[in-house]
Design a protein around this ligand. Structure first.
Ligand code: FAD
Ligand code: SIN
Length: 533
């Protein structure tokens, strides 16, 4: 058993930003950062395009960034939160620069600013096409210098500890549910350990792995959302899954797909269908730089109409020098599979990319469970509404990690350790005999989510998905009750929960808005509401 003042679950931009701040503020207190994988295997590491921020007040303004975010969010953003993130953003970006992150600069020393779908101005700071890798590097380096941060890798957080573990009945209507720490599967010892904390922060990232093809790495299995749901906390707007329009299409590749950043279209890349037509102008006056939901749906519609598995991204008009200066990683990746972007078009198709909904928080990152904060992609702060504006998530993660830190300072004194938490009970469980029971269920889950709950939905598909999820849930719960825990089983269980929440949210939303498009309700409802589960 371990005790820590601050427990941070997740080592991406959200978790590490929070950890650095509390560690600096409380040099005599312990901060424990946990991750189920290696230190940097996070969605953060794969971010390409960059971070949207207003730092050129001559051509850009907070008002314009706020307006772009609200338009993308399609009526469902919390305007107060949008203002907070946009206006506090520049200070947070300066902080990560001070911690050592480097963004590309012009020869005169000013920052280079890129553009992506839905942005009215060039405002995206980037480090070539590997911005996330650079930010994650800077954060990990800064954490290594902070003596009171303990960084524990390969530890899988299983569940939040609440009054439920003390024998009380906890339901959705129980007031003042509190988080006292977590149970963790230590992947070195294969034992479940108990970690007690005064303050716990969930920064567990996204859930793209619920779908067959995703830009997310294998860690993105929605664990934080699922844990909060089991602990009877509030989850919001899970139906808004963002599909990135342009993941590299490689025949036979399942799971994580390589991203072709939207910044390529920002620099002039053109989408073409199988006949070579630049089709986006038929869908939206902003053409290739319309918000993501519109571009992804247009591509989906072109693929269905022409019976193809991908469309093309045409960059043949770029000079090699210009392309490789901004996108060296993409250039190399394409070349490695025989695509010379100066001569060949890039095959691309939409892939699950970002979860706009998640653990419901207030404007200080407080979840509905006391002593538990959530920030980063696992949180639903109200910024994104029905569709996230490109490159707003790294910004949101930093702004909200900071706000969680500010609120922690105000609430720490009221959060004390409990000494009556029982150990994990593993009695009656046996070693799993057949991994196929888990891997096959995972394939079924990913297929049904992609086929029935993808870019375009309808009532019959959602009903079918729901019935199949029920069966998968029942079978997986049996395994969970009877076998000793493995990360594969825990992830499957969490992903089925996330699938259930997406389908439930989609079923309740009797309209089409932002990323949720249901052909049975093709219009927006006049009732503008968040769906809270
Ligand atoms: P992550 O960085 O995903 O970190 C999650 C952490 O939680 C990991 O350390 C993981 O191991 C840990 N974890 C999860 N579950 C458990 C558990 N059960 N136990 C212990 N640890 C756990 N956004 C932008 O703003 N700009 C971009 O250019 C951009 N490009 C992107 C490109 C790609 C390919 C992808 C996938 C995303 C991109 N995004 C971009 C989105 C953005 O990168 C993510 O939303 C953001 O990095 C999420 O950060 P996070 O800290 O919330 O989570
Ligand atoms: C991209 O670079 O296209 C991804 C940006 C984002 O997801 O915000």
């Amino acid at each position: 058993m371990q005790q820590t003042d601050f427990l941070v679950i997740g080592s991406g931009i959200a978790g590490l930003t929070y950890a650095l701040k509390v560690a600096h503020q409380y040099p005599d207190k312990k901060v424990l950062v946990m991750t189920k994988a290696t230190a940097d295997e996070t969605n953060t590491k794969y971010a390409q395009g960059g971070i949207a921020v207003v730092n050129d007040t001559e051509n850009d303004s907070f008002e314009k960034h706020i307006e772009d975010t609200l338009i993308a969010g399609d009526g469902l953003c919390n305007k107060q939160v949008v203002e907070i993130v946009v206006k506090e953003g520049p200070e947070r970006v300066q902080e990560i620069i001070d911690w050592g992150a480097r963004f590309d600069k012009e020869e005169d020393g000013d920052y280079k600013r890129g553009k992506e779908g839905g942005h009215s101005e060039f405002r995206i700071l980037h480090h070539k096409d590997v911005t996330g890798m650079e930010m994650e590097r800077a954060l990990i380096d800064a954490v290594a210098k902070q003596k009171n941060i303990e960084f524990v890798k390969h530890c899988f957080v299983v569940d939040l500890i609440t009054q439920h573990h003390l024998g009380y009945l906890v339901t959705k209507s129980t007031p003042d549910v509190e988080c006292y720490g977590v149970y963790v599967l230590n992947l070195h010892s294969n034992k479940i350990e108990k970690i007690l904390s005064r303050i716990t922060v969930l920064a567990t990232g996204g859930n793209g792995q619920v779908y067959r093809t995703t830009t997310n790495p294998s860690i993105a299995t929605g664990d934080g959302v699922s844990m909060v749901y089991r602990a009877k906390g509030r989850i919001e707007n899970m139906e808004f899954i963002q599909f990135h329009p342009t993941a590299l299409f490689e025949p036979g590749v399942r799971g994580q797909a390589f991203l072709i950043t939207e910044a390529v279209r920002g620099d002039g890349g053109i989408l073409r269908n199988s006949s070579g037509e630049a089709f986006m102008e038929r869908y939206d006056s902003r053409k290739d730089l319309a918000p993501r939901d519109i571009v992804a749906r247009a591509i989906d519609s072109e693929m269905k109409r022409t019976g193809t598995e991908h469309v093309w991204l045409d960059c043949r008009h770029f000079s090699k020098e210009k392309f490789t200066e901004h996108f060296p990683n993409i250039y190399e990746k394409c070349l490695s599979i025989g695509i010379d972007i100066t001569k060949n078009m890039i095959p691309v198709a939409p892939a699950a990319h970002y979860s706009c909904g998640g653990i419901k928080t207030d404007e200080w990152g407080r979840s509905s469970i006391r002593r538990l904060y959530a920030c980063g992609e696992c949180a639903s702060t109200g910024l994104h509404g029905a569709n996230r504006l490109a490159s707003n998530s790294l910004l949101e993660a930093m702004v909200f990690a900071h706000r969680c830190f500010l609120d922690t300072m105000a609430s720490l004194d009221n959060a004390q350790f409990r000494d009556d938490i029982p150990d994990w009970n593993a009695q009656g469980t046996a070693e799993p005999k057949e991994m196929i029971l888990i891997t096959q269920s995972l394939k079924e889950l990913q297929l049904l989510m992609s086929d029935y709950v993808g870019i375009v939905r309808n009532n019959i598909r959602l009903q079918r998905a729901s019935r199949r999820l029920d069966l998968l849930w029942e079978e997986t719960e049996q395994l969970y009750e009877n076998t000793s825990l493995s990360p594969q089983l825990l992830e499957l269980r969490n992903m089925i929960t996330v699938g259930y929440l997406i389908v439930k949210g989609a079923g309740f939303r009797k309209e089409s808005r932002g990323l949720h498009f249901n052909t049975d309700y093709p219009n927006k409802s006049e009732l503008v509401q968040n769906i809270v589960l």
